[in-house]
Ligand binder design. Sequence first.
Ligand code: NAG
Ligand code: NAG
Length: 280
Amino acid sequence: MMALVFGLLTATLLLFGSFVDAAPCADCFTQSRAAYYPNSDDKGTETGRCGFGAFGATINNGDVAAVSDLYRDGLGCGACYQVRCTNGKYCSDKGVNVVITDHGSSHDTDFIMSRRAFGRMAQNVDAGASLLALGVVDIEYRRVPCSYPNTNITIKIDESSSNPHYLAFVIWYQQGMEDITAVQLCERRRKGSQMQRKLNISYSKYNFAFYTQTQSYSCKLLDRSYGAVWTATSPPSGPLSVRMLLSDENGDEKWIVPVNDIPDNWKAGDIYDSGAQVIA
Ligand SMILES: *[C@@H]1O[C@H](CO)[C@@H](O)[C@H](O)[C@H]1NC(C)=O
Ligand SMILES: *[C@@H]1O[C@H](CO)[C@@H](O)[C@H](O)[C@H]1NC(C)=O
Protein backbone atom coordinates (compact mmCIF):
# COMPACT_ATOMS: atom_id res chain seq x y z
CA MET A 1 0.00 0.00 0.00
CA MET A 2 2.15 2.83 1.22
CA ALA A 3 5.76 2.95 0.33
CA LEU A 4 7.20 6.31 1.04
CA VAL A 5 9.78 7.82 -1.16
CA PHE A 6 12.86 7.72 0.97
CA GLY A 7 14.84 6.96 -2.16
CA LEU A 8 14.88 10.55 -3.27
CA LEU A 9 16.30 11.74 0.03
CA THR A 10 18.93 9.02 0.00
CA ALA A 11 19.92 9.90 -3.55
CA THR A 12 20.22 13.56 -2.63
CA LEU A 13 22.44 12.76 0.32
CA LEU A 14 24.68 10.58 -1.81
CA LEU A 15 24.93 13.15 -4.54
CA PHE A 16 25.76 16.00 -2.20
CA GLY A 17 27.54 13.92 0.39
CA SER A 18 30.28 16.49 0.80
CA PHE A 19 27.78 19.21 1.73
CA VAL A 20 25.91 17.17 4.30
CA ASP A 21 27.98 18.53 7.15
CA ALA A 22 26.89 22.06 6.37
CA ALA A 23 23.21 21.22 5.93
CA PRO A 24 20.91 20.88 8.92
CA CYS A 25 20.96 17.16 9.50
CA ALA A 26 17.78 15.23 9.97
CA ASP A 27 19.41 12.64 12.20
CA CYS A 28 21.06 15.06 14.61
CA PHE A 29 20.04 15.30 18.21
CA THR A 30 18.82 18.58 19.69
CA GLN A 31 19.88 19.48 23.23
CA SER A 32 17.16 20.18 25.75
CA ARG A 33 15.72 19.23 29.14
CA ALA A 34 13.05 16.82 30.31
CA ALA A 35 10.91 16.32 33.39
CA TYR A 36 8.17 13.80 34.16
CA TYR A 37 4.49 13.98 35.07
CA PRO A 38 4.51 14.73 38.82
CA ASN A 39 1.32 12.84 39.64
CA SER A 40 1.79 10.10 37.14
CA ASP A 41 1.17 6.46 37.96
CA ASP A 42 3.97 5.38 35.66
CA LYS A 43 2.05 5.87 32.39
CA GLY A 44 0.92 9.05 30.69
CA THR A 45 -2.18 11.17 31.16
CA GLU A 46 -5.68 10.23 29.97
CA THR A 47 -6.59 13.88 29.47
CA GLY A 48 -3.75 14.90 27.16
CA ARG A 49 -4.22 17.82 24.78
CA CYS A 50 -3.90 15.59 21.72
CA GLY A 51 -7.40 14.20 22.36
CA PHE A 52 -6.22 10.59 22.45
CA GLY A 53 -8.13 9.90 25.69
CA ALA A 54 -7.16 6.85 27.73
CA PHE A 55 -5.20 5.60 24.74
CA GLY A 56 -2.86 8.57 25.19
CA ALA A 57 -1.72 7.11 28.52
CA THR A 58 -1.05 3.57 27.35
CA ILE A 59 0.03 3.72 23.70
CA ASN A 60 3.60 2.50 23.17
CA ASN A 61 3.37 0.65 26.52
CA GLY A 62 3.05 4.01 28.25
CA ASP A 63 6.28 5.49 26.88
CA VAL A 64 4.61 8.81 26.11
CA ALA A 65 5.31 12.49 26.68
CA ALA A 66 3.90 15.99 26.65
CA VAL A 67 5.85 18.50 24.59
CA SER A 68 5.92 22.29 24.55
CA ASP A 69 7.08 23.81 21.22
CA LEU A 70 7.09 20.43 19.47
CA TYR A 71 3.29 20.28 19.96
CA ARG A 72 2.99 22.70 17.00
CA ASP A 73 -0.73 23.41 17.46
CA GLY A 74 -1.53 19.71 17.40
CA LEU A 75 0.55 18.75 14.35
CA GLY A 76 3.06 17.10 16.67
CA CYS A 77 0.48 14.76 18.20
CA GLY A 78 1.43 11.13 17.58
CA ALA A 79 4.99 11.98 16.51
CA CYS A 80 7.74 9.83 17.99
CA TYR A 81 11.05 11.00 19.42
CA GLN A 82 14.10 9.21 20.66
CA VAL A 83 15.00 10.92 23.93
CA ARG A 84 18.18 10.17 25.84
CA CYS A 85 19.56 11.85 28.91
CA THR A 86 23.17 12.95 28.82
CA ASN A 87 24.45 12.18 32.32
CA GLY A 88 27.01 9.44 31.60
CA LYS A 89 26.74 8.05 35.12
CA TYR A 90 23.07 7.08 34.82
CA CYS A 91 22.01 7.28 31.18
CA SER A 92 21.99 4.67 28.45
CA ASP A 93 23.07 5.47 24.88
CA LYS A 94 19.76 4.38 23.45
CA GLY A 95 17.43 6.32 25.70
CA VAL A 96 13.75 5.74 25.04
CA ASN A 97 11.33 6.29 22.17
CA VAL A 98 8.24 8.24 23.21
CA VAL A 99 4.97 9.08 21.47
CA ILE A 100 3.60 12.61 21.88
CA THR A 101 0.13 12.61 23.42
CA ASP A 102 -0.03 15.90 25.33
CA HIS A 103 1.06 19.54 25.47
CA GLY A 104 2.93 21.12 28.35
CA SER A 105 6.22 22.36 29.77
CA SER A 106 7.93 23.03 33.07
CA HIS A 107 11.39 24.30 34.04
CA ASP A 108 12.36 25.06 30.40
CA THR A 109 11.71 21.52 29.27
CA ASP A 110 10.77 20.34 25.80
CA PHE A 111 9.44 17.06 27.22
CA ILE A 112 7.39 16.06 30.22
CA MET A 113 7.60 12.29 30.05
CA SER A 114 5.64 9.54 31.69
CA ARG A 115 7.46 8.24 34.77
CA ARG A 116 8.00 4.97 32.99
CA ALA A 117 9.61 6.58 29.93
CA PHE A 118 11.75 8.88 32.09
CA GLY A 119 13.12 5.95 34.09
CA ARG A 120 13.80 3.97 30.94
CA MET A 121 16.44 6.47 29.83
CA ALA A 122 18.63 5.00 32.57
CA GLN A 123 21.15 2.17 32.29
CA ASN A 124 19.37 0.09 34.93
CA VAL A 125 16.71 0.20 37.63
CA ASP A 126 18.96 1.80 40.26
CA ALA A 127 20.13 4.48 37.85
CA GLY A 128 16.47 4.98 36.96
CA ALA A 129 15.68 5.72 40.60
CA SER A 130 18.53 8.25 40.68
CA LEU A 131 17.23 9.93 37.52
CA LEU A 132 13.73 10.16 38.95
CA ALA A 133 15.18 11.71 42.10
CA LEU A 134 16.80 14.43 39.98
CA GLY A 135 13.38 15.36 38.59
CA VAL A 136 14.63 17.42 35.66
CA VAL A 137 17.56 16.30 33.52
CA ASP A 138 19.50 17.38 30.44
CA ILE A 139 18.52 15.36 27.39
CA GLU A 140 18.95 15.26 23.64
CA TYR A 141 16.25 14.21 21.23
CA ARG A 142 15.51 13.51 17.57
CA ARG A 143 12.41 12.59 15.56
CA VAL A 144 12.17 8.88 14.72
CA PRO A 145 9.51 6.69 13.08
CA CYS A 146 7.00 5.13 15.45
CA SER A 147 6.81 1.35 15.69
CA TYR A 148 3.40 -0.34 15.71
CA PRO A 149 4.04 -3.87 14.42
CA ASN A 150 1.03 -5.52 12.75
CA THR A 151 -1.09 -2.46 13.31
CA ASN A 152 -2.74 -0.28 10.69
CA ILE A 153 -3.63 3.38 10.95
CA THR A 154 -6.79 3.39 13.03
CA ILE A 155 -9.71 5.80 13.27
CA LYS A 156 -11.36 6.21 16.67
CA ILE A 157 -14.76 7.92 16.59
CA ASP A 158 -14.70 10.47 19.41
CA GLU A 159 -17.26 10.21 22.21
CA SER A 160 -18.54 13.68 21.32
CA SER A 161 -19.84 12.36 17.97
CA SER A 162 -23.50 11.87 17.19
CA ASN A 163 -24.58 10.16 13.98
CA PRO A 164 -25.74 11.76 11.66
CA HIS A 165 -25.17 15.34 12.89
CA TYR A 166 -21.61 15.54 14.08
CA LEU A 167 -18.55 13.40 13.48
CA ALA A 168 -15.32 13.83 15.41
CA PHE A 169 -12.50 11.33 15.25
CA VAL A 170 -8.89 10.81 16.21
CA ILE A 171 -6.23 9.14 14.09
CA TRP A 172 -4.08 6.56 15.88
CA TYR A 173 -0.97 4.59 14.93
CA GLN A 174 0.45 6.58 12.00
CA GLN A 175 4.01 5.33 12.25
CA GLY A 176 5.82 7.46 9.65
CA MET A 177 8.07 10.45 10.35
CA GLU A 178 5.50 12.63 8.57
CA ASP A 179 2.83 14.88 10.05
CA ILE A 180 -0.83 14.55 9.13
CA THR A 181 -1.34 18.07 7.83
CA ALA A 182 -4.81 17.70 6.29
CA VAL A 183 -7.69 15.24 6.32
CA GLN A 184 -10.41 14.79 3.71
CA LEU A 185 -13.70 13.06 4.30
CA CYS A 186 -14.88 11.41 1.09
CA GLU A 187 -18.14 9.70 0.22
CA ARG A 188 -18.95 7.63 -2.80
CA ARG A 189 -21.01 9.75 -5.13
CA ARG A 190 -24.62 8.62 -5.31
CA LYS A 191 -24.68 9.89 -8.88
CA GLY A 192 -22.31 7.01 -9.58
CA SER A 193 -25.15 4.62 -10.37
CA GLN A 194 -26.51 6.99 -13.02
CA MET A 195 -23.07 7.23 -14.50
CA GLN A 196 -22.59 3.48 -14.38
CA ARG A 197 -25.83 2.90 -16.25
CA LYS A 198 -24.79 5.33 -18.95
CA LEU A 199 -21.43 3.66 -19.35
CA ASN A 200 -23.07 0.23 -19.40
CA ILE A 201 -25.25 1.36 -22.26
CA SER A 202 -22.57 2.97 -24.32
CA TYR A 203 -19.97 0.28 -23.86
CA SER A 204 -21.94 -2.93 -23.41
CA LYS A 205 -21.52 -3.92 -27.03
CA TYR A 206 -17.75 -3.91 -26.53
CA ASN A 207 -18.10 -5.96 -23.35
CA PHE A 208 -16.18 -3.39 -21.38
CA ALA A 209 -16.51 -3.65 -17.64
CA PHE A 210 -16.36 0.08 -17.06
CA TYR A 211 -19.16 -0.05 -14.57
CA THR A 212 -16.80 -1.51 -12.00
CA GLN A 213 -14.36 1.33 -12.44
CA THR A 214 -16.59 4.35 -12.27
CA GLN A 215 -16.42 4.92 -8.52
CA SER A 216 -16.32 8.59 -7.92
CA TYR A 217 -15.97 10.36 -4.63
CA SER A 218 -16.87 13.75 -3.35
CA CYS A 219 -14.50 14.97 -0.69
CA LYS A 220 -14.28 17.83 1.72
CA LEU A 221 -11.42 19.04 3.83
CA LEU A 222 -11.98 18.79 7.57
CA ASP A 223 -11.08 21.14 10.39
CA ARG A 224 -8.57 20.14 13.01
CA SER A 225 -10.52 20.80 16.16
CA TYR A 226 -7.49 20.45 18.46
CA GLY A 227 -4.62 17.99 18.87
CA ALA A 228 -5.25 14.94 16.69
CA VAL A 229 -9.06 15.48 16.63
CA TRP A 230 -10.76 16.15 13.29
CA THR A 231 -14.40 17.16 13.00
CA ALA A 232 -17.23 17.44 10.48
CA THR A 233 -20.68 18.90 11.10
CA SER A 234 -23.38 17.29 8.93
CA PRO A 235 -21.03 14.63 7.55
CA PRO A 236 -22.14 12.79 4.39
CA SER A 237 -24.41 9.83 5.10
CA GLY A 238 -22.77 7.06 3.08
CA PRO A 239 -19.70 4.99 3.91
CA LEU A 240 -16.83 7.40 4.48
CA SER A 241 -13.26 7.31 3.34
CA VAL A 242 -10.87 9.24 5.60
CA ARG A 243 -7.90 10.40 3.53
CA MET A 244 -4.82 11.79 5.18
CA LEU A 245 -2.21 14.14 3.78
CA LEU A 246 1.25 13.27 5.09
CA SER A 247 3.89 15.97 4.94
CA ASP A 248 7.53 15.43 5.72
CA GLU A 249 10.08 17.95 6.90
CA ASN A 250 11.21 18.65 3.32
CA GLY A 251 7.69 19.66 2.37
CA ASP A 252 7.01 16.50 0.34
CA GLU A 253 3.37 15.54 0.54
CA LYS A 254 1.42 12.38 -0.12
CA TRP A 255 -2.24 11.42 0.30
CA ILE A 256 -3.00 8.13 2.02
CA VAL A 257 -6.18 6.51 0.77
CA PRO A 258 -7.42 3.95 3.29
CA VAL A 259 -8.46 0.48 2.15
CA ASN A 260 -11.48 0.38 4.47
CA ASP A 261 -14.31 2.91 4.69
CA ILE A 262 -16.03 3.93 7.89
CA PRO A 263 -19.48 2.31 7.56
CA ASP A 264 -22.52 4.61 7.44
CA ASN A 265 -23.78 3.33 10.82
CA TRP A 266 -20.69 4.56 12.68
CA LYS A 267 -21.19 5.56 16.29
CA ALA A 268 -19.35 7.29 19.12
CA GLY A 269 -16.58 5.16 20.57
CA ASP A 270 -16.21 2.88 17.54
CA ILE A 271 -12.73 1.99 16.31
CA TYR A 272 -12.05 1.32 12.63
CA ASP A 273 -9.00 -0.23 10.98
CA SER A 274 -8.13 1.88 7.92
CA GLY A 275 -6.34 -1.09 6.32
CA ALA A 276 -3.42 1.21 5.46
CA GLN A 277 -0.10 1.96 7.13
CA VAL A 278 3.03 3.94 6.40
CA ILE A 279 6.12 1.79 6.02
CA ALA A 280 8.48 3.39 8.47
C1 NAG B 1 -23.92 -2.98 -15.92
O1 NAG B 1 -23.81 -4.18 -16.67
C2 NAG B 1 -23.43 -5.32 -15.88
C3 NAG B 1 -23.19 -6.49 -16.84
O2 NAG B 1 -24.19 -6.60 -17.79
C4 NAG B 1 -24.51 -5.58 -14.85
O3 NAG B 1 -24.19 -6.70 -14.06
C5 NAG B 1 -24.66 -4.37 -13.97
O4 NAG B 1 -25.74 -4.57 -13.04
C6 NAG B 1 -24.95 -3.13 -14.81
N1 NAG B 1 -24.86 -1.97 -13.91
C7 NAG B 1 -25.77 -1.02 -13.91
C8 NAG B 1 -25.56 0.10 -12.93
O5 NAG B 1 -26.74 -1.01 -14.66
C1 NAG C 1 -3.93 -4.09 7.87
O1 NAG C 1 -4.47 -3.87 6.59
C2 NAG C 1 -4.23 -4.92 5.69
C3 NAG C 1 -4.70 -4.48 4.31
O2 NAG C 1 -5.95 -3.90 4.34
C4 NAG C 1 -4.95 -6.17 6.19
O3 NAG C 1 -4.75 -7.24 5.29
C5 NAG C 1 -4.42 -6.52 7.56
O4 NAG C 1 -5.13 -7.60 8.10
C6 NAG C 1 -4.51 -5.34 8.49
N1 NAG C 1 -3.76 -5.65 9.70
C7 NAG C 1 -4.33 -5.74 10.88
C8 NAG C 1 -3.42 -6.08 12.01
O5 NAG C 1 -5.50 -5.55 11.07
